[in-house]
Every structure is written in C-alpha cells, then in structure tokens.
Write a new protein. Structure first.
Length: 193
C-alpha cells in the first residue's frame, strides 16, 4: 500500500488524511506550515496535550468548542480559571473532558504568562529555538518518520523545567510537525517542497 493517497482533486497527500474532508483541509492548509505567535503556539501546545492518547481528528473536530470554552486560548483568561471553571469544563461535551488535561492547560497558561509577561513573542522564540538546524532528508515512507527526536526531547525537557505539563517528547514532536518546525510531508505529497 502506498504511503500517499490521491484525492478527488488529483492531489497526492500523506495517507493519514484518508478520505476525511476536514483532515484533507488541515493537511493542505495547516499541517507543516510555519506557525508563529505566542497565542497560536499556546493553542497548538494545548490541543496537542489534549490529543495525547487520542486521534488528532477527534481534537480537530472539537477545536471550535475548545476555542470557545478556552477564550480563543488567551493565556491571561485561562490563567484566571478556578475550581468552578474546571467543574464547568468537565461537563462541557464540546471538548475532551479530562480533568488532568484541563488542569494542565490552566497551569500551562500560567507558565506562558510567566514567560511572556513583559516579553511578547517569548513563547514563540523559545519554542522555535528547538527547531532542527541540520538539513533533513524528506521522508519517503511512514517508516521514515520518527515519533521522538532529540529536538522534541529537548523541547519537552525545557518546557517541563518551566512548569508545563502534557508536553512529553512524542507530543512535542507532533507539535513540531504540525506547526512547521519540521516538515514531514512525504516525498510525492503535493505539499512537499
């Protein structure tokens, strides 16, 4: 079986897209595209944390609900959440109702404020500093893709040292792929450059 799939539009895409239209849109417009800004990267960090142990499409389909209940991932607003907010979120079926992940998002918002207060762009600069600097060969197959890299391990360790949670090396590798810090579109994918 090929690691690429050709869509109805004739474009070859990474096979994980399957036939889901939202996955195809995400693959074509977001995945592997450089993402910058403290708030967008905080959102990505939060959603990747919620994804741990689940499929990304389950998060992607709930992203509008996540954005609503987490105030468009404004760290200042989330950092102010208290116990009543946690209980409210635990009852909200628009998101993944996992207490540990909700608490981690609140704690991560507070850690983000510590990093960025008086220094806008600090989260962006910090996270992008872990981008691989050595040229990498474009992966030809799914077998060529890593789940953990030295860079994702280093980013995970650095974030944990700053008080972040749900930021393990595999989760950080997925974040690096999705935010364009690394480009893992397979050779032959129309997005591969």
């Amino acid at each position: 079986m090929s690691d690429l799939i050709v869509g109805a539009d004739g474009r070859a895409r990474c096979r994980w897209v399957g036939t889901d239209a939202e996955y195809a849109r995400y693959h074509d417009e977001e995945w592997g595209t450089p993402l910058h800004g403290d708030r967008p990267l905080f959102e990505k960090l939060s959603l990747e944390g919620f994804q741990a142990g689940l499929s990304w499409i389950s998060i992607l389909r709930r992203r509008p609900g996540f954005r609503t209940v987490f105030h468009d991932f404004d760290p200042e607003a989330i950092a102010a959440f208290g116990d009543e907010d946690v209980e409210r979120l635990m009852l909200d079926d628009r998101i993944i109702r996992n207490r540990a992940k909700i608490l981690a998002t609140i704690g991560n918002a507070r850690a983000t404020l510590e990093l960025t207060r008086g220094n806008p762009g600090a989260l962006d600069e910090f996270m992008w500093s872990f981008r691989p600097t050595a040229p990498r060969a474009r992966p030809a197959t799914f077998g060529d893709l890593a789940a953990i890299t030295p860079e994702s391990t280093a980013l995970s360790k650095a974030l944990k040292a700053r008080g972040y949670r749900f930021v393990g090396p595999t989760t950080m590798h997925a974040l690096m792929q999705s935010s364009g810090m690394i480009d893992d579109h397979l050779a032959g994918c129309w997005r591969a450059v």
